[in-house]
Ligand binder design. Structure first.
Ligand code: FAD
Length: 382
């Protein structure tokens, strides 16, 4: 059997799928267009469903050692009043694994450091694909050409593999942008593992400890498509969030300006299919979601485990790919659409409407629904 599998992209999806495919006897080759593994983008929350997937990669203990285990998550008003909480420590007992805050560099490093039988080709930008019933051939900008038994498109939201398979796929502009940063910061929240998201009017701030003395944060603001190129300085950002309760301003001001990155938020309108023949999409290439529920990377980790499981259980590669798609599309669509709606509700600017939203959440009306949704997402076992 030809056991070479071509993986396009060395993000979380590419690295995690290589790791799982190695485990079942494939020889992955990862092609990454950049000349180094990505190391920007601050941190991530990996909810129980994401750490459950890492468990299948034999990375759970090392993930815990390299991250901050979360005890509680809270939704707050901008003035710091609690609207709702999720008891993450309790849920870890039910779900089997913890929710953690982790630096992206650490997660990338952990995944890459476990690869034993994967060839990594940096500086290879995919430009063309060809397939037949037996194999797939990929061509790269530098003239290189490689053939494998199948190909995994793990090349993110602007995926070239997806454009080849589904040229009519649509990216949706969310209406908001996000700044992200990491800052040295120690308080009772970082020490205990308390994460929060505070809601203002059209502004949101998220606080995620990634160790006892480092916090990853994100800050969102409504924007319009003709403002896409405008950025602000750290001081302007701190000023924008001046009405938020501490530690928001302190954390923004403690962040080195070079470590603050801005991203305009898009998602991918859910696709009906993620594959054709021997080419399959995973991660953001298949189901890029708005970041509101902190699920993009978690879903990518889940995908990697399930793709390997389906390959093990099926009689042919194309059957495995179809089974993978069947098992994953509904869940990803549910998360993408829930996250889209969550973003619309949490970015409300109107004073009366945002007040009404906060009252509903505080009085348990929508939190009941919301927490069911959240529990269904984070309690998932691969
Ligand atoms: C503001 C924000 C906050 C987030 N917070 C969370 C969170 O808390 N928890 C969570 O689970 N998720 C979160 N996410 C989502 C998460 O970042 C993504 O879902 C995840 O990084 C997707 O990984 P990926 O490997 O699929 O894609 P990517 O990380 O985009 O990797 C794709 C790789 O493919 C390479 N590539 C692209 N085109 C080509 C080509 N033609 N040839 C070769 N290589 C190519 C790229 O260089 C890149 O390295 C957040 C996202 C954002 C924007």
């Amino acid at each position: 059997m030809n056991n070479k599998v071509l993986i396009i992209g060395a993000g979380i999806s590419g690295l995690a799928s290589a790791l799982m495919l190695e485990k079942i006897g494939y020889a992955p080759v990862i092609f990454e267009k950049s000349d180094r593994l990505r190391n920007e983008g601050g941190g991530l929350t990996l909810w129980s469903n994401g750490t459950d997937a890492l468990h299948f990669m034999d990375l759970l203990e090392e993930t815990y050692q390299n991250s901050k285990i979360m005890k509680e998550s809270a939704l707050l008003t901008s003035s710091g009043k609690t609207l709702a909480t999720i008891p993450l420590e309790e849920l870890a007992t039910t779900y089997g694994t913890h929710t953690v805050g982790i630096l992206r560099t650490k997660l990338h490093h952990l995944l890459a450091s476990k690869l034993e039988n994967t060839e990594m080709k940096l500086g290879y930008k995919l430009v063309e694909l060809q397939e037949n019933n037996e194999e797939v051939t990929a061509r790269f900008e530098n003239g290189h050409e490689e053939t494998g038994a199948f190909l995994v498109g793990a090349d993110g939201i602007h995926s070239s593999v997806r454009n080849h398979l589904f040229p009519n796929s649509v990216l949706r502009f969310s209406g908001y942008e996000a700044w992200r940063g990491t800052a040295p910061h120690t308080n009772s929240y970082t020490k205990s593992g308390f994460t929060f998201e505070a809601w203002g009017k059209g502004l949101r701030f998220g606080f995620v400890p990634v160790s006892s003395s480092i916090v990853y944060w994100f800050a969102t603001r409504n924007t319009s498509e003709n403002l896409l190129k405008v950025d602000v300085s750290r001081e302007e950002l701190a000023h924008m969030y001046r009405q938020f309760a501490e530690p928001v301003s302190t954390v923004i001001k403690a962040t080195p300006e070079k470590d603050i990155t801005r991203k305009v938020i898009y998602d991918l309108k859910p696709l009906q299919n993620w594959s054709k023949g021997r080419i399959v999409l995973i991660g953001d290439a298949a189901h890029a979601t708005t970041p509101n529920l902190g699920q993009g990377a978690c879903l990518a980790l889940e995908d990697s485990v399930i793709l390997a499981n389906m390959l093990e259980q099926s009689t042919s590669i194309s059957e495995a790919i179809k089974n993978f798609e069947k098992k994953r599309i509904k869940r990803a669509k549910f998360i993408v659409n829930s996250s889209w709606v969550y973003g619309k509700v949490t970015q409300i600017e109107n004073t009366l409407m945002s007040h009404a939203r906060n009252m509903l959440v505080k009085n348990g009306y929508s939190i009941q629904k919301n927490s069911n949704m959240m529990y269904r997402i984070i309690g998932h076992k691969v």
